[in-house]
Design a protein around this ligand. Structure first.
Ligand code: KIV
Length: 281
């Protein structure tokens, strides 16, 4: 049976140059298959707002929604390091709120760490959650919850000045006690500096090669149709499979080809005749 990784395993993977691989998961079936495949970590991301609920972004996602999905994922993948993503509004209002919501993730969903967006400006919150004995993963660069402040879903750190801000954010997150940091949507040159500047694992999405990669499950599966960011690689066309399956099912039911002989229950011996006699009356 697979052993769940700890922060120390993740740290030692970084030191040995072994890349950690993880995806988002929001439901039981996906999480079970991901654990079976040997994923190092799973993230119940607030991207569930788009992937599951059809919102235009992550802002409407609530703490309750994240907990429901995290509970299902934890049940499906008991041996995989699970990250709970703190949604917008669950930590911005202050330390007390942030700690209470991080505690909810731990107690109600059994996560192994929480992730929150922002660098210098959330360092005090990362410190408080870490002081509460919980693990925090930082998230810097393109931080979707502040996309309106960033002027949209735009890559960050593309100028020397912008790069300095992202690097300072990553350092602030580390100094505040985060055990790892996710860097999103920045050029690989910037990620490389971050990897050199801080000793904790640096994971990337749209940030080039680093200590590991995360992708959104519905993106790599080729299931999410609304848009595909530049950094996504589709490893399959599950949407195409859904279309084929749905079309075949509709077709077979309409022409009476399903259910077939192998999909029906037969009556016990001699009972068919009794039923026919009784209902002929
Ligand atoms: O919510 C999410 O899916 C994320 C991704 C950027 C990994 O945080």
């Amino acid at each position: 049976m697979k052993r769940k990784l700890t922060r120390f395993d993740l740290q030692s993977m970084k030191e040995k140059g072994e890349r950690a691989v993880w995806i988002t998961a929001y439901d039981y079936v996906t999480a079970q298959l991901a654990e079976e495949a040997g994923m190092d970590m799973l993230l119940v991301g607030d991207s569930l707002g788009m992937a599951v609920y059809g919102y235009p972004g992550t802002i409407p996602v609530t703490m309750d929604q994240c907990i429901y999905h995290a509970e299902a994922v934890r049940r499906a993948a008991p041996n995989t390091f699970l990250i709970g993503d703190m949604p917008f509004g669950s930590y911005q209002a202050g330390i007390e709120d942030a700690c209470r919501n991080a505690i909810r993730f731990y107690k109600e969903a059994g996560v192994d760490c929480v992730k929150l967006e922002g660098g210098t400006r959330v360092a005090h919150i990362i410190r408080a959650i870490s002081d509460g004995g919980m693990l925090v993963m930082g998230h810097v660069g393109l931080t979707p919850q502040s996309s309106s402040a960033l002027g949209g879903f735009r890559a960050q750190g593309r100028t020397a000045e912008g790069a300095r801000a992202v690097i300072e954010d990553a350092k602030a997150v580390y100094e505040a006690g985060a055990f790892s940091v996710l860097v999103e949507g920045v050029p690989p040159e910037v990620t490389r500096v971050i990897c050199r500047e801080i000793p904790i694992p640096v994971y990337g999405i749209g940030a080039g090669d680093c200590d590991g990669q995360v992708m959104i499950c519905v993106d790599i599966l080729g299931l999410f149709q609304a848009f595909t960011p530049k950094f996504v690689k589709r490893y399959g066309n599950v949407a195409g499979e859904y279309r084929k399956v749905f079309a075949s099912y509709i077709d077979e039911v309409r022409k009476g080809a399903f259910p077939g002989e192998e999909h029906i229950y037969r009556m016990a011996e001699g009972e068919t005749e009794k039923l026919a006699a009784e209902w002929k009356k």
